[in-house]
Design a protein around this ligand. Sequence first.
Ligand SMILES: [Fe+2]
Length: 255
Amino acid sequence: MGFWSRLFGKGEDQGSAPDREPLDLSVFRYDFHSHLVPGVDDGAPDLAASMEMIDALVSLGYQGAVTTPHVMADMYPNTPETLLPPFELLQQAVAQRHPHFSLALGAEYFLDANLLDTVQRDGALLTPGGRLLFELAFSAPPDAGLLQEFIFEAQVKGLQPVLAHIERYPYWHEELHRFEELQEQGVWLQVNAASLAGAYGPEIQGAAETCIEKGWVQLLGTDAHGMRHIDALNAARVRPALHTLADQAKNSRLF
Ligand SMILES: [Fe+2]
C-alpha cells in the first residue's frame, strides 16, 4: 500500500490503478493555465512554439485557452502593458489558423506583498472572468497572514482567487487539509494535467489524485510551457484520476 493509501485509508492508490481508455478532453472545453504568449516568460520562446502548442490543444478538443504568463517581481516583471502587444500578435495568428479557438489573456501571479498591494489599491490585474490565478513558492510555505489577507482582499474586490497547481507544494503534502480549508474559504483549486501523468514524480501525482478524489479541484490546467507539457497531457488521458475529474466537470459550471 502506498503512502497516499496509508494516509487516507484506501485499499489501492490511483497511482497503481490500471489505465483507462484515452479520455476525450473536449469535456474540459478550456485550458485555464498556460504559458503561450511568446517571449515573455519561461513558456513559448517565439510565435512558432506558441502555435505548435495551440495546434495540439485544438486537435485534443479544446475550444479555447486562458493563457497565464508569470508575473513575479524580479524574475518576470510583466504588466498588462508589456503582455498585451505580444498577446495580440498571438491572437491574430490564432484567429487566422483556428478561428473558432478563443484565447484570453490572464496571468499567473506569484503571491507576495506586491500582489497584495496591487489588489488593495485596485491596480491593473489580468483577471479574465474575474478569476485571479496565483501561485505560491515551491520551496517554503507562504506567510499565513499574507495568504489570508490576499484571499480576503481579492474577494472584497469581487475577484475569484484560484490557486495554481495545488499538488506542487511539497510542504503541504502531509497537510492536504490545507486545500480543503482554502476551498471552504472560497478559493478555487487548480491541478496540472501533467502531474497526473507522473511528470513531476510520484508524490506530486499522488497528491493530485487524492485532491481530485476528495472533490476539492475546480479547474484543470495544462500549465503548458512547451510541447513536453502537451505530451504529458496526452499521456494523462488514460489515468483514472483524469476520468474522475472529467465526470466532475460534466456536473460543474466551473470547468
Ligand atoms: Fe504556470
